[in-house]
Design a protein around this ligand. Structure first.
Ligand SMILES: Cc1ncc(COP(=O)(O)O)c(C=O)c1O
Length: 474
């Protein structure tokens, strides 16, 4: 008898479909309430750092150049207070096979899929990860399907997402393009069940651990170049895997004192699932529309427990505006000779501002670049924004209103990294844990987990819990 493929029925089979498609028994890491054993999950399901370096080397990933941006540093110093203006370096991840750090993530998943005899891999992503999975699958001789949410209900697609579809197809993947809405996950599940392919999710331990090599390389290369660790590493943050993996890699290289800063484009007020607002944004990743919901509830991802847990590792979280990132994209091309894509340039924009807070002998590393292409360029993005009723102006980016205008800074001193309140995000995460698991009491195990997952103290977590309900800790 054929299976019931209705939405309700497919959703009710979700857990089994997922289990068959990632071969991780997430229940073996679960505690009774809120807690789960994160490090056990990373250890048992993942690979060692040495193994991952080897796996990535096989397909030409990693060992990307670490470049000093001398001209951008000079520009930052022009506007910084006397004696300030840290040196800015950038890790040129665009030189990975598919043009971004996502190749590191895909490499481990695809290797794992091949090892376990899967014939193909599937990923649900509208981002660079699709191209990364497609490229790795191609190199290892597996089939590949990428499921993308790329159109609004009028069939209009963001140029950057269309660009990414093109790239996946160029690597021979089949791309399933959908409109905004809940059918993404449903389609994804149906395809996993029908094909029996591996779920190359962005959020499994394989994927996140794959990024550890990036943090590790930053520490190694900086020690070789400058004889020391960087002071600050800035990572563009969306689903949290980039920052988590990089920070874990730094720790594995014993570079534990490096300050890890997350950076996202400010898209406050735009609803990611809204058909009408879907095309009002000029950035399709590395923005707060993903960054904040995923930081405050990482387990919203397509696996039961996300391996990307940015609140564990983030020392600061800042935002920059769309117009500022366009400006720095142009600056990187015109004064450093590096034409690169928007996601990496988000952390570059933050670094340009943060460098002005630090002494000149300090070192900031922007931990990635990404490739650029016909859909990612400033011109198609600004044209698309105009077509969608967004006004483009030159002026003070402070006045940018997301979805209404984009303000290209009149002068570079107007570029500012704006602080997000990490304490508030951590509180919100704890609240979500309690709400989503519906626990009635918080055990010692839960308490310890929450302290680790928010990188805070017992007093902090207890205070937040008591603010919600002072019977929970009894
Ligand atoms: C090039 C690039 N940088 C950064 C990010 C953010 O990574 P994460 O979602 O793991 O936070 C993405 C994700 O889409 C990306 O493609």
């Amino acid at each position: 008898m054929s299976k019931d493929m209705s939405y309700e029925s497919v959703m009710s089979r979700k857990n089994q479909i997922m289990k068959d498609a990632v071969r991780i028994d997430y229940s073996s890491f679960e505690g009774k309430g809120i807690a789960f054993d994160y490090e056990k999950m990373m250890k048992e399901a993942g690979y060692s750092l040495e193994q991952m370096i080897e796996i990535q080397k096989e397909t030409g990933i990693g060992n990307t150049p670490l470049l000093e941006l001398k001209n951008i540093t000079k520009l930052a110093r022009k506007y910084a207070p006397k004696g300030k203006g840290a040196r800015i370096f950038i890790k040129d991840e665009a030189s990975n096979p598919s043009g971004s750090f996502k190749a590191r993530r895909a490499a481990i998943s695809v290797y794992h899929a091949k090892k376990y005899g899967y014939k193909g891999v599937i990923a649900a992503t509208s981002g660079n990860y699709g191209a990364a999975v497609a490229s790795q699958a191609c190199m290892r001789g597996l089939n590949c399907i990428i499921v993308q949410e790329c159109y609004d209900s009028k069939g209009k697609g963001q140029p950057e997402i269309i660009e990414k579809a093109r790239k996946c197809e160029a690597y021979g993947a089949e791309v399933v393009q959908l409109t905004v809405g809940p059918e993404l996950f449903y389609t994804f599940l149906k395809l996993l069940e029908k094909t029996g392919y591996f779920n190359a999710s962005l959020y499994t331990p394989f994927g996140i651990a794959g990024v550890e090599t990036l943090g590790y390389e930053i520490a190694q290369q900086m020690r070789q170049k400058e004889g020391r660790d960087p002071d600050v590493v800035v990572a563009t943050n969306a689903g949290g895997g980039n920052l988590t993996g990089t920070a874990r890699g730094l720790i594995k290289a014993s570079a534990s004192d490096v300050q890890v800063v997350g950076a996202s484009v400010n898209l406050k007020g735009l609803h990611m699932a809204s058909d009408e607002q879907f095309n009002k944004k000029s950035f399709t990743t590395g923005h707060t529309g993903f960054g904040i919901p995923f930081a405050t509830w990482p387990d919203r991802s397509d696996v039961p427990r996300s391996a990307g847990r940015p609140l564990r590792y983030m020392d600061r979280y800042v935002t920059v505006n769309q117009g500022e990132v366009f400006y720095m994209t142009e600056a990187l091309a015109q004064i450093e000779g590096l034409e690169r894509g928007p996601a990496g340039n988000t952390s570059l924009t933050a670094a340009f501002s943060l460098a002005q807070e630090l002494d000149q002998d300090k070192i900031i590393v922007v931990q990635e670049t990404e490739y650029t292409g016909a859909g990612k360029h400033i011109q198609p993005q600004l044209t698309f924004a105009k077509e969608n009723g967004v006004e483009i102006k030159v002026g003070n980016p402070e006045e940018e209103i997301v979805g209404k205008n984009i303000i290209l800074p009149k002068t570079p001193d107007l570029i500012k990294a704006r602080e997000l309140d990490l304490i508030k995000l951590k509180k919100s995460y704890i609240k979500n844990c309690i709400k989503n698991t519906e626990v009635e009491t918080i055990s010692k195990e839960d308490l310890e987990f929450l302290i680790e997952d928010t990188n805070t103290t017992e007093d902090f977590v207890k205070n937040v819990i008591n603010e919600i309900d002072n019977n929970l800790l009894s």
